[in-house]
Ligand binder design. Structure first.
Ligand code: URA
Length: 425
């Protein structure tokens, strides 16, 4: 087998054979296929697609590139959630302890932010002392003791995806449904969860901009999970507007703690509860009541134990940025749009995200929203507050926000998009 014939097959719009797929994934993981060859193949896949059987084989080859975890020693059913990524998407933070408080074990292997979408690990690392990297034994220990763990995937899990994802990120080949579906599902299947709820984001702040593409991605992933014996369900959820009132690491931790304390923005609470219900159903715990676990403080108890178990101090003050800058409403009326992508780019430029894998992020940087679409605003009132340690970035962030919002006449009718747009099982 040689890599050039594999690239030519896909370049010429033909199916890759099982042998070609197994060989190329193995050879790339071992370093026998070069990055430039794999990036040519990834681009051919992005342009010419793969059918369901090719995607299934590609996913299986990525799972087989590394180890598989085993949670069978736990005395609770396992349930995991994965979001395809969005702006202000802090849902994992309240969700994992909430579902654990309702009786499931939640092994949440999470990632870092790259580009305009935030990463769960970056957010949690703003808590003083908290550690993302755990050995497999430590991970099982935290999961067994507290019911939930949020940590980085170990190097042994789907190593082919680790290499390929980093390569796609710098070669414009992220937004390919076969590659996204196989990337996410290889990690989740190798992780060994019994059930999985996918939060497939749709809208300007998501990888999938249209409902049709999101449906295609969701049904591909649900099919892959089901074929591997993982009970898998997907919710398609709105990402045209940022979730909640914050985008940025410590800012989002603060908002998540508000949700766990029984408050927080309505959209974050609604989506957290919707995903919790799906996870509990998929885990075989249909009678659990997540709204009660939020209200009675049991989810907050699990949060505190989970943070402490990973070296963090849940009571420590969170970092704040050195400088802030207010963006005011240009006129009075109804805020009718607040673009998720633009807010994500602004938060990233302020220092909340990284441009290259090796960059560090600012814990306090980000964007705070003072109004959401549908709210009435008065000319001159604060609409957004920008937070950063590097104030020379304010102008650069404001540039990203130039067309981010519209304020219409006070009597303009407005109907908000529902948060949950569809469910695919
Ligand atoms: N998240 C992943 O893990 N992989 C992708 O390809 C896209 C989002």
């Amino acid at each position: 087998m040689d890599v050039i014939s594999v690239i030519r097959t896909k370049r010429d719009r033909q199916r890759l054979s099982d042998d070609q797929i197994d060989w190329v994934i193995d050879a790339y993981t071992r370093g026998a296929v070069a990055d430039e060859q794999m990036s040519a193949l990834a681009m051919a896949i992005l342009l010419n697609g793969m059918d369901r059987a090719e995607i299934a084989r590609w996913t299986a080859a990525m799972i087989n590139s590394g180890e598989r975890m085993d949670f069978s020693s736990l005395d609770r059913p396992t349930a995991d959630k994965h979001s395809t990524g969005g702006v202000g998407d802090k849902i994992t933070l309240p969700l994992a302890p909430l579902v654990a408080a309702c009786g499931a074990a939640v092994p949440q292997l999470s990632g870092r932010g790259l580009g305009h979408t935030g990463g769960t690990l970056d957010k949690l690392e703003s808590i003083p002392g908290w550690r993302a990297s755990l050995s497999n034994d430590e991970m099982l220990g935290v999961l067994g003791d507290t019911g939930a763990v949020i940590c980085a995937a170990g190097d042994g899990l789907a190593p082919a995806d680790k290499k390929l994802y980093a390569l796609r990120d710098v070669t414009g080949t992220v937004e390919a449904i076969p590659l996204i579906a196989s990337s996410i599902m290889s990690k989740k299947i190798a992780e060994g969860t019994g059930s999985l709820v996918l939060d497939v984001k749709v809208g300007s702040g998501a990888f999938m901009k249209s409902l049709d593409d999101a449906r295609e991605l969701a049904s591909t992933m649900v099919g892959l999970g089901t074929d591997h014996g993982v009970r898998t369900v997907a919710l398609l959820t709105d990402m045209s507007v940022p979730l909640g009132l914050t985008a940025g690491n410590a800012l989002e931790v603060r908002e998540s703690v508000e949700v766990l304390a029984g408050g927080g923005p309505a959209d974050v609470v609604e989506l957290t509860l919707a995903l919790a219900r799906e996870m509990l159903l998929a885990a075989g715990l249909p009678d659990a009541d997540p709204a009660k676990a939020l209200a009675d403080g049991s989810a907050m108890d699990v949060w505190r134990r989970m943070i402490r178990a990973q070296g963090g101090d849940p009571a420590a003050p969170l970092p704040v940025a050195r400088e802030t800058h207010v963006v005011a409403a240009p006129s009075s009326g109804v805020l009718t749009a607040l673009d998720a992508y633009a807010v994500g780019i602004a938060a990233w430029r302020l220092g909340a995200g990284r441009a290259r894998k090796e960059d560090s992020v600012q814990a306090g940087a980000g964007v705070q929203l003072h109004a959401k679409p549908g709210d009435s605003v008065v000319a001159g009132q604060p609409l957004l507050t920008l937070h950063t340690d590097t104030p020379e970035k304010f102008a650069y962030a404001e540039e990203a926000l130039a067309d981010a919002f519209s304020v219409s006449a006070p009597d303009t009718p407005f109907s908000a998009r529902p948060i949950v747009l569809d469910r695919i099982a």
